[in-house]
Design a protein around this ligand. Sequence first.
Ligand code: GDP
Ligand code: IMO
Ligand code: MG
Length: 439
Amino acid sequence: MAKTIVVIGAQWGDEGKGKIVDLLAERFDIVVRYQGGHNAGHSVQVGDRSFVLHLLPSGIVHPGKTCVLGNGMVIDPKAFFQEAERLMEQGVEVSPSRVKISSRAHLILPYHRALDHTSEERLGNEKVGTTLRGIGPAYEDKVGRRGIRTADALVPDVLRSRIERNLEDANRIIMAYGGQKLSADEIFSEMSQLTERLSPFIADTTHYLNVAATQGKSILLEGAQATLLDVDHGTYPFVTSSSTIAGGAIIGTGLAPNRLTGVLGIVRTYTTRVGEGPFPTEMLEGEAEMGQLIRERGREYGASTGRPRRCGWFDAFATRYAAEINGFSSVALTKLDVLDALDEIKVCVGYKVDEQELDSLPSVSQEMRRAEPIYARLPGWKSSTLGTTEMNALPPEARRYVEFLSAQIGVEIGLVSTGPERSQTIVVQDSALGRWMAE
Ligand code: GDP
Ligand code: IMO
Ligand code: MG
């Protein structure tokens, strides 16, 4: 059976999924996104060229690879064409011959963006801190059975009647919160033009992927967001609105579950979070300077929204949980070089909570809200690891840090990333990931 590997963020996003998917894509035939939308920002650096992918899989940078936007995604057609145009200016081909969008993927319409704003305003102090891209409201319509799928939008009467019906309700909410009433005619006119341009890209990607798998094509599934942002398994309600875990790849593509041959977890050597919600190891108060140092060294500013990312220490409790629910076969550990300047590195190995209380708490979200981290302290290496390509060339303290994290997570480390560029990578040949790369 050909390999079908799913790549999953193990923390709260921005672990470096884009870099690793780009690196792996060369060894795969098809690269697929299966959930989320342009809330994602995946950065790829090849030599001195930088790319940021929002809707398109990071495999797009490799000529000749087929890219699929699966049924589990929510797609803003305007954002799709903006991204496609930017990539084409950078010399990347984005054409229907290599990009397929599922006929079952749902559209993000202008009223979804407006509703994302009103929803956040209504929540006030309890807001989620969304990317304001309309992601949540589009998924609400999908589950509420009022959504508009890409294929529906190609039938003008269907598009118009659904816009009119949905906008009636949306406008009530938007105007009640002081927003501007939206016009169904304007939205119809804009969307019908955009979806017509989209039509050559639209395909039955479920059938396409299952046939490809049967024919022995290798498939790389690129998760967006991350485990702790999963709508079921994350730190609810401070989550995104899709299934970001490995199981989501099945639902979001229609590939049969027994097609999956491996799960790769992307884990950063420290943690960041954008938006609100619990974050036990966040560097606050006494550690604000350390947080700032990491933010600057790691360039921790959102690839989609430019927001400064909250920074914190590595959380082994959270990452073990991610390993458990995703079943990581291997882990790619990213951004080791960012820690080069530190004298000492803290790792949260667990939380101080009453065991009995823990048993009765239903979700990682509540556990984290009450959590007080227990820290191990490891010595830093105070020398540059930037661009290192061999494990043996790492300072002993850095190697120890990598081994310590692997033991804490309970999963092998198949790759260590030592810089943003494709080649700034250590691959552990004798690992599941090493074997996927050799095949
Ligand atoms: P994603 O959303 O998981 O794809 O991650 P982002 O692209 O949003 O954020 C990761 C950032 O870290 C990007 O700017 C990458 O270029 C960068 N990056 C990835 N791996 C490394 C690494 O090993 N070292 C450093 N210094 N930067 C990295
Ligand atoms: P990548 O794929 C980090 C966060 C938002 C907010 C919450 C809900 O680049 O790792 P949404 O707009 O999805 O309704 O916002 O999820 N969020 C991300 N955080 N990386 C991302 O994507 C994210 N996508 C959404 O900040 O807290
Ligand atoms: Mg990102």
